[in-house]
Design a protein around this ligand. Structure first.
Ligand SMILES: NC(=O)c1ccc[n+]([C@@H]2O[C@H](COP(=O)([O-])OP(=O)(O)OC[C@H]3O[C@@H](n4cnc5c(N)ncnc54)[C@H](OP(=O)(O)O)[C@@H]3O)[C@@H](O)[C@H]2O)c1
Length: 278
């Protein structure tokens, strides 16, 4: 992991330690149950790509975008949440071994210290996990129970009632957050606030980001911009829905430059305020 990176904004230009960079933001203090604080993190190339398609046409996160530095900051953001929002697709990929497990604090060598940070901050050892799904077809990882994490399934009111009943029979709490099959940003945020959650970290894909931004519920967007042009004929980016207009206008809060070792590409770590926090 890189020791020092450079702050480009706000001034003054300065070399700062990478480790701890986002812990100082104290995101866990920003939300209330009345208005939970929602933040997200995305990793993109200079040409705006967040995923490439494999031979079967399925989207995959390109390995060349991920770095230990970016992952450390991802974990620093994660450890400040009292609730993580993931989705059914991630749990299917996790079960198939296509993606690693990012649902638990302190489970990775680069983030072992973060459990102690949480304890010192007065947070429970692990955040709750919400799984957004319209299909309700996904396996629940045994690791959630092992870490004692509260777990909720979020879906729309028109989800298959038999599947809803099956999840409830298994002891899972199913939250309805939207009138159709899809979860909607406003309804989900409000419901989680009613359950007492204050700080929601969106670790889902572009569709959930889309719904949170469109609902004006995203407060902060963290974006790692890797200094490479990926190309690729199918273009996959952070917001798959129609034109956003004013809801998509953000304000830069901070920008750091990580030059990376020789032969690797550099990256910017940007933080943008969104929605009513802009
Ligand atoms: N570069 C990055 O930072 C980044 C971040 C995230 C993802 N990605 C990449 O982007 C590509 C696509 O992302 P993805 O597959 O993770 O996510 P996605 O296409 O946004 O969503 C996939 C699944 O999430 C559930 N879902 C999403 N929005 C929902 C809603 N509003 N209501 C109910 N369910 C909802 C659905 O699950 P059900 O099918 O169970 O209904 C859906 O199939 C992947 O290649 C991924 O690796 C990149």
């Amino acid at each position: 992991m890189t020791e020092r990176i450079f702050r480009l904004y706000p001034p003054p230009f300065e070399a700062v330690p990478l480790r701890g960079l986002y812990l100082g933001l104290e995101l866990h203090r920003r939300g209330t149950p009345e208005r939970p604080f929602v933040y997200a993190n995305f990793l993109a190339s200079l040409d705006g790509r967040i995923a490439l398609e494999d031979d079967s046409g399925a989207p995959q996160l390109p390995k060349s975008l991920t770095t230990p530095d970016d992952f450390r900051l991802f974990l620093e953001l994660e450890c400040q949440a009292d609730c993580l929002i993931t989705h059914g697709g991630y749990l299917r990929s996790l079960a198939a071994g296509r993606l690693g497990n990012i649902l638990h604090i302190g489970a990775h060598p680069v983030g072992r210290d973060l459990v102690a940070w949480r304890q010192a901050a007065g947070l429970p050892p692990q955040p709750a996990v919400v799984i957004a799904s319209a299909s309700l077809d996904f396996p629940l990882p045994a690791s959630l129970r092992k870490h004692g994490q509260a777990c909720f399934i979020a879906t729309g009111r028109r989800a298959d009632p038999d599947k809803v009943a099956r999840w409830r029979d298994r002891g899972c709490e199913v939250l309805f957050a939207g009138p159709d099959r899809q979860v909607e940003g406003e309804a989900l945020t409000r419901r989680l606030g009613e359950l007492g959650y204050r700080t929601l970290y969106l670790i889902a894909g572009p569709q959930m980001l889309d719904t949170m931004v469109r609902a004006g519920r995203l407060a902060l967007l963290f974006q790692t911009i890797s200094h490479q042009l990926l190309g690729g004929e199918a273009f996959r980016t952070m917001v798959p829905g129609p034109l956003l207009g004013a809801a998509g206008q953000l304000r830069l809060e901070s920008l750091y430059y990580d030059p990376a070792p020789p032969a690797a590409v550099g990256q910017w770590f940007a933080q943008f305020a969104a929605g009513t926090d802009r």
